[in-house]
Design a protein around this ligand. Sequence first.
Ligand code: DUC
Ligand code: ZN
Ligand code: ZN
Length: 469
Amino acid sequence: MSAPFDLVIRGGTVGTASDVFSADVGIRDGRIVQIGEALGAGAREIDATGRYVLPGGIDSHVHLAQPSGENIVMADDFESGTRSALFGGNTTVLPFCLQQKGQSLREALTVYHALADGRCYTDVSFHLIVSDPSPSVLGQELPALVADGYTSFKVFMTYEDLRLNDAEILDTMDVARRTGALVMVHCENEDAIRYLIGRHEVAGDVAPRAHATTRPVAAEREATHRALSLAEIVDVPVVIVHVSNGAAAEEIARARSRGRPIVGETCPQYLMLTAADLEGMDWEGAKFVCSPPPRDAAEQQACWRGIETGIFDLFSSDHCPFRYDDPAGKLNPKGRQSFRHIPNGIPGVETRLPILFSEGVMKGRIDLPRFVALTATNHAKVYGLERKGRIAVGMDADIAIWDPAERRTIRHADLHDGADYSPYEGIEVQGWPTTVVLGGQVMVEADRLVASTPAGRYRSRSLSALARR
Ligand code: DUC
Ligand code: ZN
Ligand code: ZN
């Protein structure tokens, strides 16, 4: 008689967003089919004694193969980026599909699907970036794409070539109101930033550290307040992405106290880095240039409070990798002249989970269920991934098995992304996802990629649980 399960993960401690308990997990045809004690045999078995059996991470904010300016090349394509994500305990990532000005969203998606199909080591789904909200995009394309399972889109309040004005943001939010899609907003006031960049350049203050001083907390706080107000006026839920400081977090808390459905997201860089990191000698600070920029120790503590108290629902990497020592990366010829030409973004998809596990769970700031919620379950709920983010019968068998005793020092040499550095180099962590299972297939085992092919698939999404309220 054949074994009742394709795979049994036996004897581990299962963690969900609500509970922690000892159980075996039985998997068949890529799904979790039974959870309990002393399950029957599996064609394959993993002994998880002493380890945590958690939902595979869902990183709902990554950038892969995204066009990033003339002669600038992102360090990760879908193959290297998803491989790195997988080694970091993730089984699903949500990269952005960027609409270039004048381009249709369908054209942009055709390009991204061609880049991703057959090359991914995790499952993937796309958010759209709306940079050109023309009448046809808002009237026809976007509603049709929402119906096709592209149920979230991002708008920018900064970057000359991406920003939407308030009228355009209102019109784009109105598509969300009509379709049930979810809007994500990058909140920084572009005009204030332009003004400060001008002042710095006149003063000859062009080193990487000026990136932080030209994008102050006030520029993020004001834009966050405005985005929340616009969402309130249209009456739609909204995701405030990559929140870097306490004042912006307070805006979220205040909007919630008015009954607004708001999702808050923060990222490892706002817990682990500060603006002082941008002061490295010989342009090394370029390694930490991302937007919003890292702040100071007090803002790090404010972000931790947001994680501990529930202001933040999502902990994402905002993986946006560029090589440092590369003319197509951080040290491009113009970037060596002025901070404003240093591409914005840092790598982090592989280190997101170990950092939060070590700094959060192992140091007693959050418990294991909160870790699971922040890194997997909430992402699935917010972005409409109905069969993901939970260890429960019927769910996709996307599982990361963690060794909580494993101590590592983060070294880029041990990571798998396409960049040439990690902003977290030298940080010591305890706990690592040593085995990763995607759809019932063991992909990573004992630090080795054991999958012979990139088995990740594109996943269409339902409407957000928030929009369906
Ligand atoms: N916004 C992001 O979401 N990622 C990287 C850069 C940026 O501005
Ligand atoms: Zn952004
Ligand atoms: Zn981002």
